[in-house]
Write a protein that binds this ligand. Structure first.
Ligand code: DGY
Length: 356
């Protein structure tokens, strides 16, 4: 049927989200769907051009939605009820949205927590193993045909063991941020032989001692404690950065933090690049303040090339923001993003609303 703008709620979607998500909005007579047709990011201009008159805007982490876009949608269209009602992002992180500006105009925000917890926890464990077992450096040796120069030798390419052993009976992991993804990562690490866990939390939330004690017992840990950043840096054998981005966590891992870490410890960042000062981390690796690092996110991504200080460090495994990239997880995220938008347009509770 021919689409008559304005007669049906208009949904602007900045990226094709796959057949499962498309099926949710396929009854075209219910919605006017405006979809960026190309397999690359649509850019700000396209959003600005299309958001006027939209009731729902569905975006991904690469689309920024700041007051300008919101104002454009409200000014051009107009009457209450016809205005933008929901911004739905296919992500658990929301640093690309000015959530205060959006919420203050009564626009709801949808996001996709939980569906990606397992995939990101998997990659956090992978990065920890890559960082401790010299995977980047040793694969480069093979890729470059240099294996013949490195015949097996008793202590060649040895790294610290992730879990406890008779030589090191205690192994402590530290989590910066202790939400769903950290807890799923911890659960995955238990069979490796982790004995103790430390974490830092949002200072605005009180420690939940009961929760910690029951988690400790359930996982069979010797201790599980909320600590300050200093203690976490000093005591941990592996530090996992799994907290939200934004101003309050900017560069929590900096020179001071890294200098306090053990020389045999590793750092994993599967959260946002902004939490880690890349130059300080590169220096820490170069000057051997710590053993290794594994990062799925880098400040300034995707502009990270061979010249980037972290990419130049052989002890830093760098992968390009693929934490949630399993097919199953991405289908879950895409469909949830559309379901969130449709729920608002049909006056139903959103499956996952971001409440500020
Ligand atoms: C998120 O959901 O925030 C991830 O970073 C994108 O996969």
């Amino acid at each position: 049927p021919e689409l008559i703008p304005g007669t049906r709620p208009k949904i602007v979607i900045t990226r094709y989200l796959g057949p499962e998500a498309a099926a949710l909005i396929s009854p075209v007579d219910s919605y006017e769907v405006v979809l960026w047709p190309e397999d690359r990011s649509c850019g700000r201009e396209w959003i600005l051009e299309n958001v006027p008159g939209a009731s729902a805007l569905v975006v991904t982490v690469v689309d920024k939605v700041f007051p300008h876009e919101i104002l454009r949608s409200l000014q051009t269209y107009g009457t209450p009820g016809d205005n933008l009602r929901v911004v739905s992002t296919m992500s658990v992180g929301y640093e690309h949205l000015d959530v205060q500006a959006i919420a203050s105009r009564g626009i709801k925000i949808g996001y996709t927590p939980e569906v990606l917890t397992d995939a990101v926890a998997d990659i956090a464990v992978m990065l920890a193993l890559m960082a401790s077992r010299n995977v980047r450096e040793t694969m480069q040796i093979v890729d470059q045909g240099r294996w013949p120069n490195f015949n097996w030798a008793p202590f060649l390419f040895c790294g610290p063991q992730i879990g406890s052993s008779p030589v090191s009976p205690q192994r402590t992991v530290g989590f910066i941020g202790f939400g769903r993804i950290s807890q799923a990562t911890l659960a995955r690490l238990i069979p490796f032989g982790i004995t103790d866990c430390l974490y830092t939390g949002n200072p605005q939330n009180k420690p939940d001692m009961d929760r910690d004690e029951s988690l400790r017992q359930k996982l069979g840990l010797r201790s599980l404690r909320r600590v300050n950043l200093d203690e976490l840096a000093i005591e941990s054998d592996a530090v996992f950065v799994l907290a939200p981005g934004g101003p309050s966590t900017y560069h929590v891992v900096n020179e001071t933090f890294l200098k306090k870490m053990k020389k045999t410890s590793i750092l994993v960042n599967a959260a946002r690049g902004s939490l880690v000062d890349s130059d300080a981390l590169a220096q820490a690796l170069r000057e051997k303040w710590i053993w290794g690092a594994g990062v799925d996110v880098v400040e300034g991504e995707p502009n990270v090339t061979q010249d980037h200080p972290l990419v130049k460090e052989p002890r830093c495994a760098v992968i390009p923001h693929i934490g949630s990239a399993t097919t199953e997880t991405r289908v879950g995220m895409a469909t949830l993003a559309i379901e969130n938008a449709i729920a608002v347009l049909t006056d139903n509770p959103m499956p996952k609303e971001l409440l500020l």
